[in-house]
Design a protein around this ligand. Sequence first.
Ligand SMILES: NC(=O)c1ccc[n+]([C@@H]2O[C@H](COP(=O)([O-])OP(=O)(O)OC[C@H]3O[C@@H](n4cnc5c(N)ncnc54)[C@H](OP(=O)(O)O)[C@@H]3O)[C@@H](O)[C@H]2O)c1
Length: 377
Amino acid sequence: MSHDRRNFLKAGVTLGASLLASPAFSVNPTPSNATANGITKVGKTNVKHRMLGAGKHSLEVSALGLGCMGMSYHRSFVPNKKSMIALIHQAYDMGVTLFDTAEVYGPYVNEELVGEALAPFRKKIILCSKFGFNIQNGQMAGLNSRPVHIREVVEQSLKRLRTDHIDLLYQHRVDPNVPIEDVAGTVKDLIKEGKVRRFGLSEAGVENIRKAHAVQPLTALQSEYSLMWRKPEEDVFKVCEELGIGFVPYSPLCRGYLSGLINERTKFIAANDNRATLPRYTAEAIKANWVIIDVLTEFGNHRGYTAAQVALAFLFAQKPWIVPIPGTTKPAHLQENLWSADIQFTPDELKGLNEALSKITVVGDRYTGQSAQQVRN
Ligand SMILES: NC(=O)c1ccc[n+]([C@@H]2O[C@H](COP(=O)([O-])OP(=O)(O)OC[C@H]3O[C@@H](n4cnc5c(N)ncnc54)[C@H](OP(=O)(O)O)[C@@H]3O)[C@@H](O)[C@H]2O)c1
């Protein structure tokens, strides 16, 4: 067993034990000056931490990160920038240290928003971004992870993010035209140059995870994982555990569905919402999958949890190196989601939930067309 691997397991055991022993929230030792800027503080709370990755490639982060994409991209209504900056400040004040964005969100505008919002406490947080798409005239035009392009994207992202380094840089999708070793080698060079700290992949399959990790150890794999999409449990969790790679579930609430607030009458604004075209958000699929919401609601009602909280807590309960990044535009949802890190299931509760959920077959593919071809490669 390698030294890194041992450290990873040790960190997992220690964190697992501390998760059981300590409450999720404590006094925040580093509150921002947000109140001085006129931003309402929700409370001086601090979510507990988890470890992504192993040894010198690890990152300590809040147990739950904040996915910032929906503040400007793919989630219908775009709230005004000022209120989203205030929300990011609130997240920081509440103990969130992991913030997620990407070049392609917008494109560009989400990185600008996140860069502006996080500038006052840049050194105290973990900033994550991604490269890997070919963006032409503001539209996605396939993939591009050629080394020269990765370098160009990173230079532009650094400017938009108002920083001299990206803490965790992900390849957004595996590019079939560029060997993964070349991608990993380019990020390795960027790490040597100090422009990037850690490396991650998104939606990569087991083979590419291994190949990339051999060149530049990965800190995290960011892929879709929720009660509506549990495929990672079958294969990539094993390789993550073996190699000491953290797992960051994206869309952990299945783009809002698992909150129970989306129903068959919900209208998605097609110009800025991929749910308008995804099979899981048709009225038929929404109705057919409602049995999942029933399970979550029934479980939560007896314990004082919302469906969203049960859905997130279920992910936390799987492995100590899982760090979900739910997105929100609302302070109340941010608070609700953060509290889910404090929920601990008894073994019987987890077994009961698993049994109820395993009887359900989810209706509707998670992606179609080109998007479907670009995942799990
Ligand atoms: N690597 C990738 O390819 C990839 C792909 C997609 C996303 N991501 C990352 O993952 C992050 C999260 O993913 P996501 O936004 O697709 O899905 P998500 O986190 O599963 O869901 C976000 C949606 O759920 C709603 N929501 C959040 N908390 C809620 C609560 N407690 N109650 C009710 N509704 C709630 C939000 O609406 P409100 O604003 O109303 O709260 C939002 O519309 C993104 O921000 C992005 O950073 C990465």
